[in-house]
Design a protein around this ligand. Structure first.
Ligand code: GLU
Length: 483
């Protein structure tokens, strides 16, 4: 048997981290077994589906490296197939028209509530006589199509993650709507639980791997497989992704869509690595860093947890930093340029390339996300620098003015490279008789406006090339030595 699995997102929002993680598990499972991974866009909800969300989903999956073998298939283009399947169930007597109005259904639910019962459809139109049906039609009522669910059915399956799962037919809410209201003789818009099964049968899915919020759907869907005379695939329900408070990760937790993670400067290889760890652990549980292909080689549902997976920003940032620090400088520079452009920094990506690469090399080791480079590099692009409190205090120290004067004098007559820069610092330390630390801190405060930061010589050289070191030293001298 060739494994065939799918990811079936609804284009009613951007690609969500939960959906992407489900895609990761499906992809790993398919690749592990040399099977196929299929992409299906579930766009039957025409009011809420949008083409830009479909694009966002395709872009997100592509960016993460979750390549698909077939599709994307669009449910909106397959309506004839669903209609035919609804008619099949009607013909077999496994589905029927229900003419209840919304008011009648509401009254039914209120009465159930008043009796302390769970709301459900009481199957009242399951056995309408032809005369009763004709009367409803004559009243102009439009029916839905309901699929029969027997209360005394026990539904059981061996879940790839959760082991044996058992549901009682009576807990599924009564006969379920599979097609919305439509004029008599027509089949209305088919609903999720139905079309998903028709598609999964038609597309030959062998395993359905999705979030555990679909467990109740699975019980209903198994009944539909049987009714449609198809083999029931295997199911695996993956744990939900939780926030730090242990609740399902939602929009309220801020960033949840893959495009947001991308904007924040996470690398796809880091994000996908992290998502793999959300609910799965590799056989060598100390291994935290791996590629998708490496994970696929050892992936299996025996190592997928049942418990929800807490989303840990610190761990994601750490992993992302690891990947960032390993990037070759030209690649890192290519990734940073759009952030610098977006920030409005003045530079020419071609003419200034060598300078930009040196800046990327300087900042790279401190980054855990690409967007952090915006704040860190501002001082290199700007003409002037604002002194923070510590830098101001540093420039008030005895000897600061002497240091700045001596440095300015030393660079008056010569060009600056790594060697001359360290020569100048030695000379100034000697000529002023001050400690080297004092000289360095003063220079750093003058050039960068802070007393901590990246390698001082490299920073100085970068500023020197932009011609901003001398004016900053002069401005700092005015602070150190007020007129
Ligand atoms: N469209 C469904 C969703 O996005 C798919 C669920 C499934 O995999 O069956 O949740």
């Amino acid at each position: 048997m060739t494994v065939r699995v799918r990811i079936a997102p609804s284009p009613t929002g951007n690609l969500h981290i939960g959906t992407a993680r489900t895609a990761v598990f499906n992809w790993l499972f398919a690749r592990h077994h040399g099977g196929q991974f299929i992409l299906r866009i579930e766009d039957t909800d025409q009011e809420r589906s949008r083409p830009e969300f479909t694009q966002n989903i395709l872009d997100g999956l592509t960016w993460l490296g979750l390549t698909w073998d077939e599709g994307p298939f669009f449910q909106s283009q397959r309506l004839a197939l669903y209609e035919q399947a609804v008619r099949t169930l009607l013909d077999k007597g496994l589905a029927y028209y229900c003419y209840c109005t919304e008011d009648e259904l509401e009254a039914m639910r209120s009465a159930q509530k008043a009796r302390g019962e769970a709301p459900r459809y009481d199957n009242r139109h399951r056995h309408l006589t032809p005369a009763e049906q004709a009367a409803f039609v004559a009243q102009g009522r439009q029916p839905v199509v309901r699929f029969k669910i027997d209360d005394d059915r026990t539904i059981s399956w061996t879940d790839l993650v959760r082991g044996t799962v058992t549901w009682q037919g009576s807990d599924l809410g009564g006969d379920m709507v599979i097609a919305r209201r439509a004029p008599v003789g027509e089949i209305g818009q088919p609903l999720y639980n139905f079309v998903v099964v028709v598609d999964d049968i038609d597309m030959g899915m062998t395993h359905i791997i999705r979030g555990e919020d679909h467990i109740a759907n699975t019980a209903k869907q198994i009944l539909l497989y049987e009714a449609l005379g198809a083999a029931v695939p295997q199911f695996g329900h993956t744990p939900l992704i939780l926030n730090q408070a242990g609740q399902k990760l939602s929009k309220r937790d801020g960033v949840t869509s893959i495009s947001d993670f991308r904007k924040m400067g996470y690398l796809p290889q880091a994000l996908v690595n992290y998502m793999t760890l959300l609910g799965w652990s590799p056989p060598d549980s100390t291994q935290e860093r791996f590629t998708l292909a490496e994970a696929a080689a050892v992936f299996g549902f025996d190592r997928v947890n049942r418990a929800g997976a807490k989303f840990d920003w610190d761990k994601l940032n750490w992993l992302n930093g690891q990947y960032l620090h390993d990037l070759p400088v030209p690649e890192l520079t290519d990734l940073l340029i759009p952030y610098w452009q977006e920030a409005g920094y003045a530079f020419d990506p071609v003419a200034d390339r060598a300078w930009l690469e040196r800046l990327a090399a300087l900042l790279g080791p401190s980054l855990s996300r690409l967007d952090e480079a915006v704040a860190m590099s501002q001082l290199f692009f700007s003409e002037t620098v604002t002194l923070d409190g510590e830098a101001q205090a540093q420039l008030q120290q005895d000897g600061a003015a002497a240091v700045l004067t001596a440095i300015l004098a030393a660079i008056e007559t010569r060009g600056l490279d790594a060697e001359t820069a360290s020569g100048v610092l030695k000379e100034v330390t000697k000529s002023t008789g001050l400690k080297r630390g004092m000289v360095m801190r003063t220079l750093r405060a003058a050039l960068t406006g802070a007393v901590h930061g990246p390698d001082l010589t490299q920073a100085w050289l970068l500023l020197h090339e932009r011609g901003t070191d001398r004016p900053r030293l002069q401005a700092a001298l005015a602070v150190a030595q007020p007129a």
